[in-house]
Design a protein around this ligand. Structure first.
Ligand SMILES: O=C1O[C@H](CO)[C@H](O)[C@H]1O
Length: 300
């Protein structure tokens, strides 16, 4: 398997408890990401930013936020603890308008990762926050702000992500170490759920993921110290090693979409492990020699 990068650069040693949800917002030339457990929204403007914005900004939120996506017309949609929400600038802060709490009837649950597909629909999964019970589900929020529950029986949902032609939906149950692939119908119906990857115990747990413009899947490994690139046929063909164990999510970003940004976490590490991993919870980036597909706005 090809080693893709000597070592990614840590561009923000943020010491996030649970760094997640990186998303490139082209209209701002900025990368947003979250610290789920601290309810913080981060914004990173890379040095090559053409907009001259501040390099790093953070907002402490009133709600637990696990994923966001820029919305056509401005603002964001997001996954907060028990459902979907609209987010919008509110003075110097962030306003949050809940849209519906499909998980509010499952007290131990929270939402986790989420992404927009090429049709402008926002998909997000819920999970048992105690990481034991299969009470998690996969939801889709449509541009008319209606949502549907489309798959269930997950312990820890992760991803989702989509093939560049939007015909395959990939979605993960981290605790089962399983990445599923669905045929995605043009109406947004996932069909024909198959096991795409079943990862071995020694590779840690599959966490967040993204695809590149060649249709390869980039899977972050919780407890696995890196990111693995898989071919559309499911063959491991590349690897990026990181100096931290808990690698949570990634996305292609930057003016040319050729930079892979990677989030990580301090959660679950002992004091001794944290001492050995001073950059745990940091935001990393590298250029693995391939681009990501053009990001799509919610409702776009
Ligand atoms: O949000 C998350 O929580 C678990 C880790 O505790 C999961 O792997 C990660 O995506």
């Amino acid at each position: 398997m090809q080693q893709l990068q000597m070592e990614p650069e840590c561009v923000w040693p943020a010491a996030a408890t649970l760094g997640e949800g990186p998303v490139w917002v082209a209209r701002e030339q900025a990368l947003y990401w979250v610290d789920i457990k601290r309810s913080v929204l981060h914004r990173y403007c890379p040095p090559e930013n053409s907009k001259g914005c501040n390099e790093r900004s953070s907002w402490q939120l009133d709600s637990q936020l696990s994923a966001i996506a820029p919305r056509a017309g401005g603002g964001f949609v997001g996954a907060i603890r028990d459902g979907f929400a609209l987010l919008f600038p509110d003075g110097d802060g962030v306003g949050i308008e809940p849209l519906g709490g499909p998980e509010s009837d499952i007290p131990g649950n929270r939402f986790n990762d989420g992404k927009v597909d090429a049709a402008g629909r926002f998909w997000a999964g819920s999970m048992d926050d105690g990481e034991e019970e299969p009470t998690g589900a996969l939801y889709r929020l449509d541009p008319d702000l209606s949502w549907q529950r489309l798959d269930a029986d997950y312990v820890i949902t992760n991803g989702p992500t989509f093939s560049p032609d939007n015909r395959i939906l990939y979605h993960t149950d981290t605790l089962k170490r399983t990445v599923y692939a669905f045929d995605l119908e043009t109406d947004g119906s996932p069909r024909n759920k198959q096991v795409f990857l079943q990862l071995p115990e020694e590779s840690g747990y599959p966490d967040g993921m993204t695809v590149d413009a060649e249709g390869c899947l980039w899977v972050c490994h919780w407890g696995g110290w890196g990111v693995t690139r898989f071919s559309p046929e499911g063959e491991a063909i590349g690897r990026i090693e990181l100096p931290v164990a808990n690698v949570t999510s990634c996305t292609f970003a930057g003016p040319d979409l050729d930079t892979l940004y990677i989030t990580t976490a301090r959660k679950g590490l002992s004091d001794a492990e944290l001492a050995d991993q001073p950059l745990a919870g940091g935001l990393f980036r590298c250029r693995p020699g391939v681009r990501g597909p053009a990001p799509v706005l919610f409702g776009g």
